[in-house]
Design a binder for this molecule. Structure first.
Ligand code: RIB
Length: 288
């Protein structure tokens, strides 16, 4: 029986336009193709863990629009428990995305119902689910909610993983509730106020009360220890669409950690999965 993983975070519908060139101000361009699919950083991380066979519970908030039912069905189809999804009136989250010829993306998130998630209900869900080994979160729901929920979880001996995406400055007090902080390089820069390089990874690691991993895109990831950094290279692949690759890393890392594997082995697997995901189009549709 797998350990329980709980993800609290966003659900979006991704609307992805593939285009060779990104339009300039005031310019209209023809793109190459369009794909709509399931996304949201929280949802992606939960689905990745679910596909790996984890016992995953999703705490998220959906609106009462056409996306509600299909999103719930998608979670169920991907082995993610939906008993703790909150529902509100109004629109669910959506994310228009542009992916260029190099596979790089630009994303605008319109949070909708994600902003309405209720902290007390989420804490009751965590109590009801019981025996959670790993809680995962990101910044696509209000930080006040993350704060209350992560505080509760950490004080109840849950291992907590926080992916500060999209990047937000994090209060020292919030970081006290985090076991593993996993930003990418851009997020590292914003959170730490320092350029992402080896010296600064070590420097920032000294300042924070939690473990630090920085994901490096096509270069893999780095685990930052007290006075040493450990780099995990990514295999060289043909990147078609990088959307959701970071989430694939987090979902895999959470699953591997919940299986009591060493951090090094969790990172290796996570880099592998994230690299695989960029070779296919779409967000969750690129996961396997
Ligand atoms: O990390 C990729 C995700 O960011 C997309 O699925 C989009 O919905 C936004 O949340």
């Amino acid at each position: 029986m797998s350990s329980k993983i709980c993800v609290i975070g966003s659900s979006n519908i991704d609307q992805i336009a593939y285009t060779k060139n990104i339009p300039a101000d005031g310019e209209t361009l023809f793109g190459d193709s369009f794909q709509m699919g399931f996304g949201g950083k929280g949802a992606n991380q939960a689905v990745m863990a679910g596909l790996l066979g984890a016992d995953v519970y999703m705490i998220t908030c959906l609106g009462d629009d056409v996306y509600k039912e299909m999103t719930i069905n998608n979670y169920e189809a991907n082995n993610v428990n939906t008993d703790h999804i909150q529902l509100v009136k109004g629109a669910s989250g959506v994310a228009p995305i542009w992916v260029d010829a190099t596979g790089q993306n630009r994303i605008i998130v319109i949070p909708g119902a994600n902003n309405e998630i209720d902290a007390q209900k989420a804490i009751s869900s965590i109590e009801e689910i019981g025996d959670i080994s790993v809680l995962v979160g990101q910044c696509e729901i209000p930080m006040e909610v993350n704060h209350e929920v992560f505080q509760y979880a950490k004080s109840n001996s849950v291992t907590t993983i926080f992916n500060p995406a999209p990047a937000k400055k994090l209060e020292r007090e919030f970081l006290e509730h985090i076991s593993w902080l996993i930003p990418n390089e851009n997020e590292f820069e914003l959170i730490s106020g320092m350029e992402p390089n080896d010296d600064n990874f070590l420097k920032f690691n000294e300042e924070i009360p939690c473990n630090l991993i920085v994901t490096l895109g096509e270069k893999g990831a780095v685990l930052v220890d007290e006075n040493k950094t450990y780099y995990f290279d990514a295999p060289s692949v043909n990147a078609i669409d990088t959307t959701g690759a970071g989430d694939s890393f987090i979902g895999t890392f959470a699953y591997e950690l919940s299986e009591s594997n060493s951090p090094e082995s969790c990172i290796k697997k996570a880099v592998e999965k994230a690299s695989q995901s960029v070779t296919k189009k779409g967000t969750q549709s690129s996961y396997s």
